[in-house]
Design a protein around this ligand. Structure first.
Ligand code: 5GP
Length: 125
């Protein structure tokens, strides 16, 4: 079910549990600001999720309230994960879903990285 991205942060969400090591994940990257792992239900040959370590519901509260250092650290981590996984050439897609119309299901900010095949047009019509 899509979530309301304006709700307060829920520390029982599945990605909070992954960050705390309470449930397993296939980790691909970690630094002070970010953690990346394979999506459990991949939509492309490569489907990686990158999440900030801070308690942010969505791009909305992260972009409004996170520190400049935290934002820079997260954005750089996303770029590093793409490079580490050979996505820059021939290209890939970054996606962040926000709220009900964005069909965000997990209320912890995450960026999807899709790659490994031509991905077609931006949105289904
Ligand atoms: P959203 O629709 O919120 O942007 O995407 C949530 C993503 O999280 C989905 O692609 C879903 O497959 C993935 N996901 C949900 N639960 C888990 C989990 O427990 N582990 C992993 N690795 N991915 C998950």
């Amino acid at each position: 079910m899509p979530i309301d991205a304006t709700l307060p942060y829920d520390d029982q969400n599945v990605f909070a549990k992954i960050l705390r090591g309470e449930i397993p994940s296939k980790k691909v990257y970690e630094d002070d600001w970010a953690f990346a792992f394979h999506d459990i239900n991949p939509q492309a040959p490569v489907h990686i999720l990158v999440i900030p370590k801070g308690a942010w519901v969505s791009w909305d509260d992260f972009s409004e309230r996170a520190s400049a250092e935290e934002i820079a650290g997260f954005v750089r981590a996303v770029g590093q994960v793409a490079r580490d996984n050979g996505l820059v050439v021939p290209g890939f897609r970054l996606l962040a879903n926000i709220g009900p119309h964005g069909h965000q299901e997990v209320p912890h900010l995450h960026v999807h990285l899709f790659g490994g095949r031509p991905l077609g047009a931006m949105l289904a019509r």
